[in-house]
Design a protein around this ligand. Structure first.
Ligand code: IPD
Ligand code: CA
Length: 251
């Protein structure tokens, strides 16, 4: 399958989860916690992931699947799908309108769908990043002092303490910080020029697989952040000129 066809499969899979998520949004309750008391999972997460996996099982039965909520599926094709049925689960459970569905065929195609705004972010490895078919090229050049920076925090106390120290160092030197609650949307909003950079330690592959490809195809750099002390590895995404300056501050 060509990257363009894989993108069409990813779009079908992401859209399959949207109706049930929209129907439950505003009345959903968490049913369990995961890595810590603050890390929620809802029934909607489970149902949405099942809807996405059903499309993948039908369209690309030989491919491997990794999902945030379900078991890994081995494959034979050499391709791997990475699924986050709700990125921004805390927002979703609170009725806060910043969450999305993220589906990627690793390195080849990625879709992030925000059904509340009907915004579909896409990219494949041979084409542009798009938002509802409009090409995305990231934010215009801005110096660090005028940059709006998106970030996020993990669910573990020791990690958060270190993350807050990074934000404390950064915030006097930039325009402002945004913590919206969905890493996948943070990356897509960067590709759309709604922020100037995004970084976060401790994100998982399902949080970022689709958004990373969308940023790269929008012409942005996405670079690994090494683990350091209590901080797990992570990533930083921005125009190339900002990356070094940001890394120097956040470590
Ligand atoms: C979380 C969101 C959040 C980020 C966390 C992620 P989830 O994913 O992307 O913005 O700060 O690191 O775990 O738990 O809502 O799927
Ligand atoms: Ca996630």
């Amino acid at each position: 399958m060509q990257p363009g066809e894989l993108l069409e499969v990813a779009t079908q899979a992401a859209r399959a989860a949207a109706p049930l998520l929209l129907e439950r949004f505003g009345s959903e309750r968490a049913i369990a916690t995961k890595s810590s008391d603050t890390d929620l999972v809802s029934e909607a997460d489970m149902l949405a992931e099942a809807a996405i996996r059903a499309v993948l099982a039908q369209r690309v039965p030989d491919d491997a699947i990794v999902g945030e909520e379900g078991k890994d599926v081995p494959g034979t094709s050499g391709r791997r799908w990475i699924v986050d049925p709700i990125d921004g689960t805390v927002d979703y459970v609170y009725g806060h309108p910043q969450w999305c569905i993220s589906v990627a065929c690793e390195g080849l195609a990625g879709v992030v769908f925000d059904p509340l705004r009907d915004e579909l972010f896409t990219a494949h490895s041979e084409g542009p990043a798009t938002l509802n078919e409009r090409e995305l090229h990231g934010p215009p050049p801005r110096e660090l002092a005028h940059a709006l920076i998106a970030t996020g925090f993990g669910y573990e106390r020791s990690v958060r303490e270190a993350q807050v120290a990074g934000v404390a160092a950064l915030i006097p030197q930039v325009r402002d910080i945004r913590r919206a609650g969905s890493a996948a949307l943070d990356l897509c909003w960067l590709a759309a020029g709604r922020v100037d950079a995004y970084y976060e330690h401790g994100v998982k592959i399902w949080d970022t697989a689709a958004g990373q490809l969308i940023c790269e195809r929008a012409g942005l750099d996405v670079v690994r952040l090494d683990a350091s002390g209590p901080l797990p590895s992570g990533l930083i995404a921005a125009r190339a000129e900002l990356i070094g300056q940001l890394r120097a501050i956040i470590g």
